[in-house]
Ligand binder design. Structure first.
Ligand code: PMP
Length: 317
């Protein structure tokens, strides 16, 4: 049914990776009706495979589908499809310490529409690819630039969901930043042009003593699963974590800044350039001790090197 949240997806089949057929007038190609997810599977010492909180990705897709006027698979269907796809591609999960299998679920309006309307049919698919470790030789700091001309999201828009169009809208700012030698862009809110939002594909955190702050979720930033996990891990290690409005001026007195996301896990920020001024973090190496500590805690958990007391990992044999 149109603009429904109910899942009416039948069990799919495994196919070799290849091109798919799509109507030229499909909703996704014409009106951007598409959502995706990203998660990783790690190989454990005993040979089995670990997924990290896949039901979180599933429920984020369900919520995103509601915003995008799309039906979606249920949380159970999503998780089951991820497990089946990973097991069928077991040989592509890299050995311990050599990276992960990146999993990309995709939901799209595949049915044909001419006038603007939700597509009449939807396709859910998953593809996978082995990826190396983001940081090959220990953590390396990234260098960000605060974006003043472009915004990633507006209140009432789609910034809070993982829809494909959000990524098209950041390409220009990202390329411009990369051409100037920065790793990525830090976005400000579009109303006041003053509060920190996030980076193109990760969330941002500021550290000052034992207090860690991160922009609150209010519809314009993606509710990252790494963000949510790091908040819990940091609290369990005695940090005070605040989710609130953070003015760009606060970058000046932060001791450390780091980003979180599935790809980067926890990534220390070595510098942020704001209005032409470069602010440095994390001392000589650019790798702050808090970022280092949280990176180790989270990756040890994701790779099955420490006991999973919270039940965040799903083991596949
Ligand atoms: N923000 C954006 C815009 C992203 O694309 C991502 C990556 N999914 C994140 C934050 C981090 O989210 P997660 O920790 O769930 O990967």
């Amino acid at each position: 049914s149109r603009c429904s949240t109910g899942g009416n997806f039948s069990k799919g089949e495994l196919q070799p990776y290849g091109n798919i057929e799509l109507s030229p007038s499909s909703g996704v190609l014409n009106y951007g009706q598409g959502l995706f997810e990203g998660l990783k599977a790690y190989r454990k010492e005993n040979g089995s495979i670990l997924l990290f909180r896949p039901e979180e990705n599933a429920s984020r897709m369900v919520q995103g589908a509601e915003r995008m006027c799309m039906p979606s698979p249920t949380v159970e269907q999503f998780v089951e499809a991820v497990k089946l796809t990973v097991l069928a591609n077991k040989r592509w999960v890299p050995p311990v310490g050599k990276g992960a299998l990146y999993i990309r679920p995709l939901l799209m309006g595949s049915g044909a529409v001419l006038g603007l309307a939700p597509a009449p049919e939807y396709t859910f698919l998953i593809y996978v690819s082995p990826v190396g470790n983001y940081f090959k030789e220990g953590l390396a700091p990234i260098n960000l630039v605060v974006e003043n001309d472009f915004h990633r999201a507006t209140p009432g828009g789609t910034g809070g969901v993982k829809t494909i169009g959000n990524y098209a809208s950041v390409l220009k700012a990202q390329s411009r930043a990369k051409a100037k030698g920065y790793s990525d862009v830090l976005y400000l809110d579009s109303t006041h042009k003053k509060y920190l939002e996030e980076v193109s594909s990760c969330n941002v955190f500021l550290v000052k003593g034992k207090t860690i702050s991160t922009p609150a979720i209010k519809g314009t930033i993606l509710p990252g699963i790494t963000r949510k996990s790091i908040i819990d891990v940091a609290r369990s290690q005695g940090f005070e974590v605040e989710e609130r409005l953070i003015s760009v001026e606060e970058l000046l007195d932060a001791e450390e800044v780091f980003c979180t996301g599935t790809a980067v896990v926890v990534s220390p920020v070595g510098s942020i350039t704001y209005l032409g001024k470069r602010i440095s973090y994390g001392g000589e190496s650019g790798v702050g001790v808090v970022a280092q500590q949280l990176y180790s805690s989270l990756t040890n958990l994701q790779m099955g090197l420490t006991e999973d007391k919270l039940g965040w990992t799903v083991e596949l044999n």
